[in-house]
Ligand binder design. Structure first.
Ligand SMILES: NC(=O)c1ccc[n+]([C@@H]2O[C@H](COP(=O)([O-])OP(=O)(O)OC[C@H]3O[C@@H](n4cnc5c(N)ncnc54)[C@H](OP(=O)(O)O)[C@@H]3O)[C@@H](O)[C@H]2O)c1
Length: 240
């Protein structure tokens, strides 16, 4: 029987996370999804956790200490609640920061001792190209800048244990989250499409491809980086 490396992913129930789960299964990893609803995908185990609830996070993340040996952690779960600075709402700000950034640090801290013990591991934080700034995303962009920054700090702390930590910054990827904030026919959706040199929105598989690479042996000398997978949309304007 071949040994399967264990990978934990947050938010594997749909969108980018579901595509990553499907790819990990195809690559013969053992996959555990941590989020509220089950991915309902053959081969993917699930532990329910609502990251907005501190006590659920403490209990579930603590239980994962005994799940090891863990090879990979993909911090993918995230929410985006757009509003202008002038409509600042502390509850919204705190929920975005908690789910998108605080939970990432808490969970990684719980899982990393297993990687340290094995002297091997991969952490991938799903960031966003909106770390470069985007109107209505005060909290979201800051939370994603935090997870890119985490990857740099963790790369410095954990390199001696052969643990690679990177972030992926997707551009617009057509998922529930994206469609909710960029509905069909809206001006914001069109303006995002106009900014993409490759002329299309991303697919969840585009991000799963990069995650798969970062989990692979080929990426063993890559750490501390934020890799933009965005069809070129982070580069600026395509008009000339
Ligand atoms: N789509 C894009 O254009 C885009 C661009 C850049 C970055 N991203 C990032 O990519 C990641 C995935 O986005 P997506 O587009 O696939 O979003 P999505 O379709 O809305 O999926 C979000 C995932 O996060 C989980 N999640 C949300 N709230 C949660 C909570 N309170 N507790 C636990 N899990 C929770 C959801 O699982 P449950 O509902 O089952 O809990 C779901 O699996 C996010 O971090 C997002 O910020 C997306």
């Amino acid at each position: 029987m071949s040994y399967k490396k264990k990978v934990i992913i947050t938010g594997g129930s749909r969108g980018i996370g579901a595509a990553i789960c499907a790819r990990l299964i195809k690559q013969n990893y053992s996959v555990l999804a941590v989020c509220r609803t089950s991915p309902n995908m053959a081969g993917v185990d699930h532990i329910a956790c609502d990251f907005s609830d501190k006590y659920q996070r403490i209990n579930v993340f603590k239980s994962l200490r005994d799940y090891g040996p863990i090879y990979g952690l993909i911090n993918n779960a995230g929410i985006a609640t757009p509003n202008l600075l002038e409509d600042f709402d502390l509850d919204i700000y705190e929920s975005v920061m908690t789910i998108n950034a605080t939970a990432v640090a808490e969970l990684t801290a719980a899982v990393v001792p297993s990687m340290i013990q094995n002297k091997s591991g991969r952490v991938v934080n799903i960031s966003s190209e909106l770390i470069l700034g985007f109107a209505t995303r005060t909290a979201y962009s800051a939370s994603k800048a935090a997870v890119s920054s985490f990857a740099r700090t963790w790369a410095l702390e954990l390199g001696k244990y052969n643990i690679c930590c990177n972030a992926i910054a997707p551009g617009p990827v057509e998922t529930d989250l994206f469609i909710k904030n960029n509905p069909e026919g809206s001006a914001v959706r069109q303006s995002k499409l106009d900014k993409i040199p490759l002329g299309r929105f991303g697919k969840p598989d585009d991000i799963a491809n990069m995650t798969n690479y970062l989990m692979s042996e080929e990426a063993a000398f890559l750490t501390g980086q934020t890799i933009y997978v965005c069809g070129g949309s982070s580069l600026g304007s395509v008009s000339f």
